[in-house]
Design a protein around this ligand. Structure first.
Ligand code: SAH
Ligand code: SF4
Ligand code: F3S
Length: 444
């Protein structure tokens, strides 16, 4: 039997898809390269904005169309599965799998193959361990989810409802997964969590992110360690210390601010002020001068005035982010903002605010990128881009494109930067690591 998984949303969803694929492969299923070839398709969905949800539904429609032409099992997993639940069965799906039920994907599919329709939402996160097989999309970089869920309940956000409460994986289990990855030739690890710097709080055994990063850096073969996403009030001094001192820990922090207006931050239930956020940036930069900080912002939150928006503009100017993800506020069913705040900023105004920030950020990127001109930067070669050029990232998460070949993937390379844009940098290879790191074998 062949399976095909279509993934939307965040890296955590990607990691869950890798796990579902691993479990299916172990059970004797084989990956299909197109849905047409598959016997089972799974849509791993995202519900963060209305648009993401619509994408899930349109994909479901496509697969249901295909199902009319051939025998096919269609399943929905991820955040829309949690949000919509049994309704998806009524829409024609054969199974719906909750975000905490990923380890049980095979059991659910087997039941469906016996002729049932299944909606399964039990919490099986205890089985989400290093022992689960995973088919990873990269052979040198691996996503590792270290904390599930979110306890923050920002008023606009659906994630706490779709992913449940924070639950950290035991540190030893994570380290075992990384040791296994290192043995297979993986060199870069990204630790994932919606609120990754809350890692360990619920374990009450003295585990915390800074310690996990230190321990991971001792594992031979692991060269770079990333982590996302951070929440400003959980960002500890110990964490800053490890970023500053440990050469394997990325000098890159993703620290969403969401708004620059204290009034809006309060309505969003973000537990900090703009002043506190900016002084955190100052503190991080004083300890890690070369750090790269990126962020997320929502424009057009209910009641956001021009004045509030200008506060956000001012914050973006002061913060000098290296990257900024902008989103237009989208009311999400069940959240506090959806229930109590009227979505009263006109759509055109939301779009204007987003474009304004986009242009501002472009100028900032262009200026910050100038610092790279003529420099030689060490990257790990990641992949070939659509343009045909290869690209890699330096330890600040800056993307640099260059002429290369497939044998370079996964290796360290030094790139002389020759061209600057507001987006990627362009350069040429001046050194490439010779020793081929042990080739990764599939994780079964
Ligand atoms: N845990 C992270 C982000 C999770 S969701 C954090 O605390 O920041 C990723 C991003 O989607 C958020 O940073 C936010 O900018 C955006 N987002 C979440 N809910 C949204 C909504 N209802 N409308 C628009 N954007 C939203
Ligand atoms: Fe959503 Fe806030 Fe949790 Fe991030 S911290 S996932 S924005 S509730
Ligand atoms: Fe989307 Fe769920 Fe991730 S809503 S962003 S897939 S946690």
């Amino acid at each position: 039997m062949k399976f095909y998984i279509k993934t939307f949303g965040c890296q955590m969803n990607e990691n869950d898809s890798e796990t579902m694929a691993g479990l299916l492969l172990k059970e004797g299923f084989t990956p299909a390269s197109t849905p047409e070839e598959a016997d089972v398709v799974i849509i791993n969905t995202c519900a963060v904005r209305r648009k993401s949800e619509e994408k899930a539904y349109s994909e479901l429609g496509q697969f249901l169309k295909l199902k009319r032409k051939k025998k096919l099992v269609v399943g929905v997993a991820g955040c829309v599965a949690e949000k919509e639940r049994e309704r998806l069965l009524e829409r024609g799906a054969d199974f719906v799998l909750g975000t905490r039920a990923v380890p049980k994907v095979v059991n659910v599919i087997k039941e469906v193959l016996r002729g049932k329709k299944v909606a399964f939402f039990e919490d099986h996160l205890d089985e989400y361990t290093h022992e689960l097989p995973r088919i990873r999309s990269s052979k040198h970089h691996a996503w590792v989810t270290i904390i599930h869920g979110c306890d923050r309940f920002c008023t606009y956000c659906i994630v706490p409802y779709t992913r449940g409460r924070e639950k950290s994986r035991p540190m030893e289990d994570i380290l075992e997964e990384v040791r296994k990855l290192a043995k297979q030739g993986y060199r870069e690890i990204t630790f994932l969590g919606q609120n990754v710097d809350a890692y360990g709080k619920d374990l009450k055994d003295g585990s915390f992110l800074a310690k996990l990063l230190e321990e991971t850096s001792k594992i031979e073969g692991i060269e770079r360690i990333w982590f996302l996403t951070s929440y400003p009030t959980d960002f500890s001094d110990e964490l800053i210390e490890v970023i500053a001192k440990n050469p394997k820990v990325a000098k890159s922090v993703h620290l969403p601010v969401q708004s620059g207006s204290n009034r809006i931050l309060k309505l969003m239930n973000r537990k900090y002020t703009r002043e506190e956020y900016l002084s955190l940036l100052e503190k991080i930069r004083s300890k890690v001068p070369d750090v790269s900080i990126s962020s997320d912002i929502i424009v057009g939150f209910p009641t956001e005035t021009e004045e509030d928006f200008m506060e956000t503009v001012d914050l973006v100017e002061k913060a000098q982010f290296e990257r900024l993800n902008l989103a237009i506020y989208s009311p999400r069913e069940g959240t506090v903002a959806w229930k109590y705040y009227k979505d009263d900023v006109p759509h055109e105004e939301k779009v204007r605010r987003m474009q304004f920030l986009m242009n501002l950020q472009k100028r900032i990127n262009r200026k910050l990128n100038e610092r790279y001109r003529g420099k030689i930067v060490r990257v790990i070669v990641e992949a070939r881009a659509k343009s045909g050029l290869f690209y890699g990232r330096d330890i600040r998460n800056k993307i640099i494109a260059f002429e290369g070949n497939d044998t370079m993937i996964g290796k360290f390379a030094d790139i002389k930067v020759e061209k600057i844009t507001a987006g990627p940098l362009y350069g040429k290879v001046v050194w490439i690591e010779e020793d081929v790191p042990s080739v990764a074998s599939p994780d079964r």
